[in-house]
Design a protein around this ligand. Structure first.
Ligand code: SAM
Length: 445
């Protein structure tokens, strides 16, 4: 049984390419619901594989692997392409495995697209996707390795934050792919045991539209979003949970945030604040950024899209009181956390503002820049402004290879050099990957 829910969860996986579906195409050819037998080719951005329909249209096929032959049902049809779900595998790839999760598969939970792919192969496919975007959008030919990150050896039980959607009945579940339908689940296999200990799936959440569960070890927090505007109906009928509770951003019961430790420093993150979901992510990213930038005492650093100050604090320690760090972040709550997380480092300044040419023009002449933008990337304007700042080194942390490759082209055109490029597998069982790139400016004339 499925239930309809109104809104997509904030962090549900997205397929950046191809563009959103158009209306069903009326021309003769396969239509939604038709079954096709397809020879499956390479994986495409978004995690589906590419095949050709009998009428020549490209088909993006989910639940398959390169080299397979499958029978697939068409799930969307536009003038230029089709989407399909592989229902039956006629010739299987040697890289296919039994899905560990009973809720994954065609028409089921949309959270993990690659449960049927052997874990080392997932990383090879992600590397191939990054290589293709670099080639296509930046003109860069580079072999990429996607590294396993400590904390999820089997690719399961790594999500320290899970966003559940809530049906009108009050039941929490996970969304189906590109759908408002809810897949009721008893447990999520990629959630950590600490997240599952809250038991959100078994409880009822009357008048709620979403429930986010965050857990860092024994510290657990539930952030409930109400269907109404006041949140009163949610607050009066909250189920018993062994966790702090926040409703629509308003604290109801403590604790109201969680603490993390990274490279010997403590970080506090309030409900709704950004923190990487993989338990090994913050340490792996911080290590990669510090390795790339090699900060020296007395240097001036700029941390853009700073979140709760992860990189700003660690850079602040390295550059010391003779140096300085300016952290720029648009979310006021994250800035409040960042200020608390750096309050022992008076040479670290937090600025609440959107990153843009104006902010960069006031940033002085930094020696080091780290930027960690959302999926859309920094964009052409910001990247051009960064190129003009000419820091000694720049570390670009990217969760979308396509937007990164677009921004990288801007820096390369301005004479910059791409140094080390690391791929980190922060999202096992999905096609998502995180990149950390070192960039250096052209030598001064
Ligand atoms: C991927 S997170 C990175 C956070 C941090 N570097 C970390 O690793 O924990 C991106 C951050 O950028 C912030 N953000 C999004 N758009 C922004 C903008 N235009 N200007 C400044 N910050 C922005 C978000 O609020 C979020 O905290």
């Amino acid at each position: 049984m499925s239930e309809r829910v109104p809104d997509a969860p904030a962090d549900s996986p997205v397929e950046p390419h191809p563009p959103a579906d158009g209306a069903d195409d009326a021309r003769v050819g396969p239509a939604v619901g038709d079954l096709l037998e397809l020879a499956v080719g390479a994986v495409a951005a978004g995690g589906a594989c590419v095949a050709r329909a009998p009428d020549g249209r490209v088909v993006f096929v989910r639940h398959t692997l390169p080299g397979e032959r499958v029978r697939a049902v068409v799930t969307a049809a536009t003038r230029s392409f089709l989407r399909a779900d592989a229902l039956e595998v006629v010739e299987a790839s040697p890289d296919r495995v039994e899905r560990p999760c009973p809720y994954a598969g065609p028409g089921r939970c949309g959270g993990c697209d690659w449960q049927h792919v052997a874990l080392p192969v997932q990383r090879r496919l992600k590397a191939a996707l990054v290589e293709e975007q670099l080639r296509r959008l930046a003109g860069v030919h580079r072999d990429v390795v996607v590294e396993q990150v400590p904390g999820a050896a089997d690719g399961l039980r790594w999500r320290t934050r899970v966003q559940f959607a809530v049906a009108p009945s009050g039941r929490a579940g996970l969304r189906r792919h590109r759908s408002h339908e809810l897949e009721p689940v008893d447990a999520c296999l990629i959630a950590t045991d600490d997240v599952e200990a809250v038991g959100a799936e078994a409880l009822r959440w009357p008048s709620a539209s979403g429930v986010e569960v965050v857990a860092a070890g024994e510290q657990r927090l539930v952030h409930v979003t109400s269907r109404g505007s006041s949140g009163r109906a949610v607050r009066t009928r909250l189920p018993e949970v062994a966790a702090g509770v926040v409703v629509d951003g308003r604290p109801v019961r403590g604790p109201h945030g969680v603490r993390h430790e990274v490279l010997g420093r403590r970080f506090e993150v309030a409900a709704g604040g950004f923190w990487q979901v993989h338990p090994g992510a913050a340490t792996a990213l911080a290590g990669a950024v510090l390795d790339a930038l090699d900060p020296q005492p007395g240097e001036r650093a700029l941390d853009l899209y700073a979140g709760v100050g992860l990189f700003a604090a660690l850079l602040g320690e390295r550059v010391g009181p003779t140096g300085s760090v300016l952290a720029v972040e648009s979310d006021a709550r994250a800035c409040a956390d960042a200020a608390r997380n750096t309050d022992d480092l008076p040479h670290v300044r937090i600025r609440t503002a959107p990153v843009g040419p104006q902010v960069l023009a006031q940033a002085g002449a930094p020696d080091l820049v780290v930027l960690d933008p959302p999926r859309s990337g920094a964009g052409l304007e910001v990247t051009r402004a960064l190129a003009a700042l000419r820091p000694r080194r720049l570390a670009y942390v990217a969760c979308d290879p396509a937007s990164f490759a677009r921004d990288l082209r801007v820096l390369l055109d301005a004479g910059w050099t791409l140094g080390a490029l690391r791929g980190l597998d922060l999202f096992p069982m999905t096609e998502h990957v995180e990149l950390v790139a070192l960039l250096e400016p052209p030598a001064q004339a």
